[in-house]
Ligand binder design. Structure first.
Ligand code: HT7
Ligand code: ZN
Length: 880
């Protein structure tokens, strides 16, 4: 495969003003007729160069240029392009192609999910539907007619508004849709199926009524209400917070079972993985409800950040994805607990994106090159991209940021633009120069920030010195200093926050403020500091960096109790736990008996006994840093020592804090028994605490806890309680109860694929010995299907990403298994195959033996035959 470079970008030679498509869908093939009204792009210069259209996996049946039928002598056909010589600056090109959605297992382009036809065109799927200029800077208006058998496919959908429909011959029917907004081909969508829909309306801020429809297979019609509520909340929030109004008369969502990602923001016709839409108390957990709310918002917000203003090229992906993730995170923070949302996002970023940034696939938020763009829908582009937006928000303040986003949407409505255009709008609206800040878009790697303090009692000054550095990443040996916003406060010995006045300032500016670091090393001196303070640094995780300050354990315990910043209270607890777990890891490695620093117990006891604290915060503070995070922050990750240390700490906590945990569990379980399930923040918080308490309590092995767990499993109206009870049983030594609960659950939910995904994941994630054998056995289960991405993620993905102790088995069996699955998957779904590779790309983190075993598997994949560009890119870069 060849590498594409950002520096080679050129404007398109031709433009497509109007696109008229006709689809004839049949069981054994489909026909696509495309009429493209085209013209020479005036920005591309003079002359009439060759017109090169993208197209793959299709059979060209006819081609016509204006009124002239073209024969094979008039065009050039390759496996990926169709080349034609236009003879005037404006022309119409008509083509008819035959394609095979019924055998399209890659789930890209037009394909079948069950009995339904659907599409996925981002990033480059449209070229598998018809010959086209399949690039985001070619924007066209689309009119689409779909025809299919009426009985099998009573519902025929595409983008925009329905303008005509009717019956045809042989039991067929048709519908025509017109999208008034110009869009790139990646936002095209088509759906045909036997679907039911839940309907509602939304009245926009300018009093227009919009029809809302969620289409699902008939058996899922009872699981749409949460998605509909989330959609309406998102629409209102985007009006209130960003002044963005929906623009068509109808907004449709379709749920499909076979989908490579979470969802897709096609104009007016979003297509969702069914796991990102369907929820009701009995079948979806609280986490699933919250994920659905977030994804609904994300896709809806794309209508402006992505669709009305889109990307010039795929290097600019974070322009829409980073911005939209930032928008959806703020939405979720407003709908639920802001601090808890931030904690969850930061924990995820630090565990997974930091690992990506430190590995062989590390790339900037705006990559410079790629072989296969599907590989760049990454945590860096999405999550780090959102952090970059958050930093702009922090540096500019909410008001100027809003002015900047208003200017951006106004200035670029209907255009395909770059990250520079976005930054320019922010600069113009705020007057802030973001030139140096833009390094966040071009430099990969996670910056390190080392902080030291100096207190001068005589002068009553307190100086913080920040030293930033960033490790080398592929192709980037040296880095220039970043702009790093550090929000901080200073606490005195009573935990009171001090007024913050920097040397040279006339007066103090509050007790929490943002310092903007711009140099490799920089000092800030605060004046009027009467006693040695304790700094609370990087509040709210104001920048995606690895901060290091030599806190003692006692200081961390103090911050846990007194910091006014909720995020930093949690962070202090995490740092305390990390220090103590690292000590246990070292003890394990030295062959010593493990001994837990009792300060961890004392700190958690205080948290558990604090009834003023939000229950969701209590649950978060009780959660020890995960094994994957402990691996990420290790020089060399010793999976056995990490697992042993964490398990030991959990057991100790359970033993020492049994009473307060039991009290918290019982009080919440009693409430759960009395109340019907409600999907709202306070209840999520309550159940989160109830469930984490149960996990610890089960470590005790006591009969009364087992009885409580079984009672929760049996006597509940919701999946949050049932699944968690089953999960803790699965991880327990109670073999009979474990087998019985798994069997009962599977029998009850065998016809619900999304619930069975959870059943697979719980077992795949169990750290008990024999993990690989269990996963291999589960792959034979009738509910498992390697062709379905959700099943792959639920079983293979959960094993490789969440079950470190089994996946990293010293004999390399986990690696061999994953490599086998990647090779198999690559034969029919390259995107999913490449995504499963992530854990193998991290080989440098492990000991020499494991490094050799993983490299061996990567080489075996490389030698296994003809690979897709997707898998080839990840494997070859990982071995470099
Ligand atoms: N913008 C969407 C990206 C997407 C995608 C990309 C590659 C392959 C399949 C895909 N499905 C959806 C999703 C989003 O960020 O909203
Ligand atoms: Zn997105």
């Amino acid at each position: 495969p060849k590498t594409i470079y950002l520096k080679d970008y050129q404007v398109p030679e031709y433009l497509i003003d109007e696109t008229s498509l006709t689809f004839e869908l049949y069981e054994d093939h489909s026909l696509v007729h495309a009429q493209l009204v085209m013209r020479r792009n005036p920005e591309a210069g003079p002359g009439l160069p060759l017109l090169v259209l993208n197209g793959q996996n299709m059979e060209l049946l006819s081609l016509r240029l204006d009124d002239r039928d073209l024969t094979a002598a008039d065009y050039l056909l390759s496996p990926s392009e169709l080349t034609v010589q236009p003879d005037s600056a404006s022309f119409t090109l008509d083509s008819t192609v035959r394609i095979h959605p019924e055998t399209n297992t890659a789930l890209e382009g037009l394909y079948k999910s069950g009995t339904m036809f659907c599409t996925q065109c981002e990033a480059e799927g449209f070229r598998k539907i018809t010959y086209y200029l399949d690039r985001p800077d070619v924007m066209s208006s689309f009119t689409t007619t779909v025809s299919a058998d009426k009985q099998r496919y009573p519902v025929l959908l595409s983008n925009g508004n329905p303008i005509a429909s009717g019956d045809g011959d042989n039991g067929r029917h048709w519908a025509t849709w017109q999208d008034p907004f110009k869009k790139p081909a990646y936002l095209f969508a088509l759906v045909a199926g036997d679907l039911w829909c839940v309907e509602d309306t939304f009245t926009t801020m300018s009093a227009r009524e919009v029809a809302l429809r969620i289409y699902v297979e008939p058996e899922n019609i009872d699981k749409c209400q949460h998605a509909m509520d989330s959609l309406k909340k998102s629409m209102r929030w985007d009006e209130e917070v960003y002044g963005r109004e929906y623009d068509l008369d109808i907004f449709m969502i379709v749920a499909v079972n076979d989908f490579n990602m979470g969802a897709m923001e096609n104009k007016g016709l979003n297509i969702f993985n069914s796991s990102a839409v369907l929820a009701k108390a009995e079948t979806a957990t609280d986490a699933a409800h919250q994920r659905i709310e977030g994804i609904l918002a994300h896709e809806y917000f794309h209508n402006w950040s992505g669709n009305r203003v889109t990307c010039r090229d795929w290097f600019q992906l974070s322009l829409k994805e980073g911005f939209t993730v930032f928008r959806d995170a703020e939405f979720s923070a407003d709908m639920n607990s802001r601090t808890v949302k931030r904690i969850e996002d930061v924990a995820y970023l630090r565990t997974h994106q930091f690992a990506e940034d430190a590995g062989p696939m590390a790339h900037p938020v705006r990559p410079d090159s790629y072989m296969e763009i599907s590989n760049f829908y990454t945590l860096t582009v999405y999550e780090k991209g959102a952090e970059v937006l958050r930093m702009i928000h922090t540096l500019l303040g909410a008001e100027a940021f809003r002015k900047g986003s208003d200017l951006y949407f106004e200035r670029h409505d209907g255009q395909a633009v770059t990250c520079d255009d976005f930054i320019k709008a922010m600069e113009d609206a705020s007057g802030v120069d973001l030139t140096q800040f833009k390094r966040w878009y071009s430099q990969a790697g996670t910056p390190r920030l080392d902080v030291r303090e100096a207190y001068d009692a005589a002068a009553q000054t307190y100086t913080l010195t920040f030293k930033q550095s960033c490790p080398a990443t592929p192709g980037q040996p040296e880095k220039q200093p970043f702009v790093i916003p550090v929000e901080l406060g200073l606490l005195n010995a009573q935990g009171v926050e001090l007024p913050l006045r920097l040397q040279g300032e006339a007066e103090a500016l509050g007790t929490s403020r943002v310092l903007s670091l711009t140099e490799a090393e920089q000092s800030f001196t605060f004046v009027d500091i009467a006693e040695q303070p304790l700094p609370s640094l990087l509040r709210g995780f104001s920048a995606p960096v690895k901060l290091s300050f030599p806190y003692s354990r006692d200081q961390l315990m103090f911050l846990m109790q007194h910091d006014s910043d909720g995020f930093n209270r949690w962070e202090a607890g995490q740092q305390l736990a990390v220090q103590i777990l690292q000590e246990l890891i070292a003890q394990h490695q030295a062959g010593k008996a493990l001994e837990l620093d009792q300060r961890l117990i004392a700190a958690l006891r205080t948290v558990l006994e604090n009834d003023q604290l939000d229950q969701a915060m209590v649950a978060e503070m009780l959660s020890l840093p995960g094994e994957a995070y402990l691996a990420e922050i290790s020089e060399v990750a010793d999976v056995e020592a990490i697992h042993a240390a964490r398990e030991f700490a959990r057991k100790q906590i359970a033993a020492e804090l049994f009473e307060p945990l039991w009290a918290r569990y019982q009080e919440n379980r009693a409430i759960s028994r009395e109340r019907a399930y409600v999907a709202e923040a306070a209840e999520f918080a309550r159940r989160a605490l109830q469930n984490i308490a149960l996990s610890y309590l089960m470590e005790s092995g006591k009969d009364e806890v087992l009885a409580a767990c079984l009672e929760q499993f049996e006597q509940t109206d919701n999946m949050t309680e049932r699944l968690h009870a089953m999960a803790v049983l699965v991880n327990s030594p109670f073999e009979a109860e474990k087998a019985a609960s798994l069997a009962k659950f599977a029998e009850h939910f065998k016809d619900n694929p999304l619930v069975m995904d959870q059943w697979f994941s719980v077992q795949a994630g169990s750290p008990l010995p024999g993990g690989l054998a269990r996963v291999q056995q589960l792959m034979q289960h009738p509910a498992f299907n390697l062709k379905n991405p959700n099943k792959v993620r639920a079983l293979i993905g959960a094993f490789a990403n969440q079950n470190l102790i089994n996946f990293h088995a010293a004999d390399g069996s986990g690696y061999r298994f994953l490599a086998d699955q990647v090779i198999a998957l690559d034969g029919f779904n390259p995107q999913i195959a490449a995504r499963q590779l992530a854990p193998l790309t991290r080989w440098r983190k492990y000991d020499a033996t494991r490094q050799a075993l993983i490299q061996g598997e990567l080489k075996r994949i490389l030698a296994s035959g003809e690979l897709s560009a997707d898998v080839y890119e990840v494997v070859s870069k990982s071995l470099n």
